[in-house]
Design a protein around this ligand. Structure first.
Ligand code: NAD
Length: 367
């Protein structure tokens, strides 16, 4: 049995955000699953970029365009008639959202509305997974994970845009996409991802790897912030499973919001994460660069994923230590041999799927 019930083999998939960190990993995984993928995104925003290093666009039809362009989405979706849409494109950096709040709002909220409207106008049967974030919830700094039924919110512009994106999804679903009809739309909220190949600004792994490669201390801006850390392949397995399950005849029951978080042991503060990374790398140190005047970031954030466990049979595959080892191995491989990025990604996807099969996870062995 191939993963996700073979749903991706020979299937037309639209992946937005394929030039980004998660999107590049997902493009490679879709390639391995035999999907016929169309990617839509802007040019890579970083240099280096995983998309280029791992040649992640070689297995798909690569469109560069802006999701704020409603006409472009209407034409693309109307022509391609994808069976599954995985919508990841977004302005994804919290600190950037303070600098460009309107652009963030436009890309994340209107970009999603444009996509859903294009799906509605095309009228073609498909399942759509809209990727938002754990930050979509109104953060009340409590000790419990947020549930799918908790109120949307977000004080910074990025978090607010993800909460607002959820409202767009919910409205389009309730107004236009009857779950018993041919178009099914779900949203997915995952935690903070780590993994090889992330060079985005202000991400903790970007800071760790630059310092570890240079042999300098890792500057940590917010050591006490607690986050639900997970390897990038974890939420991607959730998105792929959701996209596949919504295609089932009664798949409308999956057309709702889903959390894909890590095990509680992986919800830890930045200091513990950085120390774990130093152990996995084999050397290094860190220094506290806390700035009391820095822009607001929530102190504690975690997700419950009991709904995904009970109804999608989904659960995390790797422990935090396995995530950190895979991440350190990936960057070490790239540091020693930059041309190894693609092979390293593909072999880590294989290793992840093998572990999921050992654990008899239904997405990997069949339901
Ligand atoms: N990385 C994380 O820890 C994390 C956590 C929770 C949720 N998410 C969400 O997952 C998704 C992917 O995140 P990522 O870390 O890969 O981000 P990223 O910044 O690495 O990639 C963003 C992608 O979106 C594309 N994009 C941005 N603006 C666009 C526009 N106007 N038109 C078309 N494409 C556009 C970029 O070209 C890129 O391909 C985002 O929706 C993000 O909000 C990420």
């Amino acid at each position: 049995m191939s993963s996700f019930g073979g749903a991706y083999q020979g299937t037309d998939v639209l992946l937005t955000g394929h030039t980004g960190f998660k999107g590049s990993w997902l493009a490679l995984w879709l390639e391995q699953l035999g999907a016929r993928t169309i990617g839509l995104a802007l040019d890579p925003a970083t240099d280096p970029a995983l998309c280029t290093l791992a040649d992640a666009c070689s297995g798909l039809t690569d469109h560069r365009g802006d999701i704020r362009d409603a006409k472009l989405l209407e034409t693309l979706i109307g022509d391609a008639k994808p069976r599954i849409i995985l919508h990841l494109a977004a302005q994804a950096i919290v600190r950037e959202s303070y600098e460009t709040p309107l652009d963030t709002l436009n890309t994340n909220v209107m970009g999603t509305a444009n996509l859903l409207e294009a799906v509605r106008r095309a009228g073609h049967p498909c399942s759509v997974v809209v990727v938002t974030s754990d930050k979509c919830y109104e953060n009340v700094n409590w000790d419990y994970g947020y549930r799918e039924t908790d109120p949307m919110g977000g004080s910074d512009p990025y978090s607010m845009s993800k909460g607002a994106t959820e409202l767009v999804v919910s409205s389009w679903r309730r107004s236009f996409f009857d779950p018993n009809g041919p178009i099914r739309v779900a949203s997915a909220r995952a935690g903070n991802v780590i993994g090889g190949g992330d060079w985005a600004r202000d991400r903790i792994m970007t800071d760790c790897i630059s310092a570890l490669c240079a042999g300098t201390p890792i500057g940590v801006r917010n050591p006490v912030a607690t986050r639900p850390w997970q390897h990038v392949l974890e939420p991607l397995s959730g998105y792929l499973e959701l996209g596949a399950r919504m295609l089932e005849p009664d798949g409308g029951r999956f057309a709702t919001g889903w959390n894909f978080g890590p095990a509680v042991q992986s919800v830890c503060n930045v200091q513990r994460l950085v120390e774990g990374m130093i152990d996995a790398w084999g050397s290094g140190s860190w220094e506290d660069l806390s700035d009391p005047t820095a822009v607001h970031e929530a102190k504690l954030l975690s997700l419950t994923w009991e709904k995904a466990y009970h109804h999608l049979d989904w659960e995390p595959t790797w422990s935090l230590d396995q995530c950190l080892t895979a991440t350190a191995d990936w960057y070490r491989g790239w540091h020693e041999k930059p041309g190894s990025a693609r092979t390293n990604c593909l072999s880590q996807i294989d290793a992840y799927e093998s572990r999921a099969r050992e654990l008899r996870l239904p997405w990997a062995v069949g339901h």
